[in-house]
Design a protein around this ligand. Structure first.
Ligand code: URA
Length: 262
């Protein structure tokens, strides 16, 4: 196995600290002699972990169990493990396919073009805050080289961690983004354009299927945008959250465009 270089280690450390911050930690334990200049011997006992968050704790345990994972061959070419980000107590979890180049670089999910689209759907479309109201992860946590589809064995190696993540978070709704995520979660080949907008059960969680934001960008049609809006409306309704008026405005815009085209 390759030894990670200093920059990769620093990046992993930064992402892990961000992850702990997201999880509600304000302090972490460390050896006091790391700070011999500033810490007097009288307060040199180890610092206690500060958290009041049981669920967040178990998400941290999942991350720790994952470790510097080499369970499948995706570990050989990845720069960073992309575990997930957002609120560890979120009612709403989005599950995508796998990290792309930007995600691999930063160690965070959905930060590239498709990520911007997803943020837009969450924030402009649903009037939610991506970081505070949702948690986002993928069916595989390392980038498939050249953005190929993740293979069966790779998905199988990562799947126990996805299940454990969801069990730690206990969301009220999980949304599968696109065919690979939907097919993995349901354990069968899902024709996503046919089955999007429908509710399912995944390990006891309510599961909504919708189109992947990257697909939406590729096929940016009124029909596809309306489809995702309609799916997200169902999610908001299930969560008992208000339906943003943007949905109405968009429908009006669509009608206007149709009138102009006629
Ligand atoms: N596409 C995905 O499915 N996941 C990401 O994290 C980014 C792009």
């Amino acid at each position: 196995m390759q030894t990670p270089d200093r920059n990769s280690l620093l990046r992993e450390l930064k992402n892990h600290l961000l992850f702990l911050k997201d999880a509600g930690y304000s302090e972490i334990p460390c050896e006091s002699d790391l700070f011999t200049d500033s810490v007097s011997p009288s307060n040199s006992s180890p610092i206690k972990i500060m958290t009041d968050n049981k669920k967040a704790n178990s998400l941290i345990e999942v991350r720790e169990e994952l470790g510097v994972c080499t369970r499948c061959k995706l570990s050989q070419e990845r720069k960073n493990i992309v575990f997930g980000s957002g609120n560890p107590k979120a009612d709403l979890v989005f599950v995508g396919e796998g990290p792309g180049a930007d995600e691999d670089e930063q160690g965070l999910p959905f930060v590239g073009r498709a990520g911007k689209k997803l943020t837009e759907i969450i924030e402009k479309g649903m009037h939610l805050d991506r970081e505070k109201d949702t948690y986002i992860c993928n069916i595989v946590k390392c980038r498939p080289p050249g953005n190929r589809d993740p293979e069966k064995e790779e998905i199988a190696a990562c799947n126990p961690f996805l299940i454990q993540q969801l069990k730690a978070i206990q969301p009220r709704v999980v949304v599968a983004l696109g065919k690979p995520a939907a097919s993995t979660l349901l354990g069968r080949n899902v024709p996503i354009t046919k089955e999007r907008g429908t509710w399912h059960d995944y390990e006891g969680f309510k599961l909504m299927l919708t189109l992947h934001p990257a697909y939406l960008l590729r096929a940016y049609t009124i029909e596809n945008r309306k489809a995702v809006q309609s799916d997200m409306k169902k999610v908001l309704k299930e969560l008992g959250l208000p339906l943003p008026s943007l949905f109405l405005v968009n429908v009006l815009n669509i009608m206007k465009m149709m009138l102009i085209a006629m």
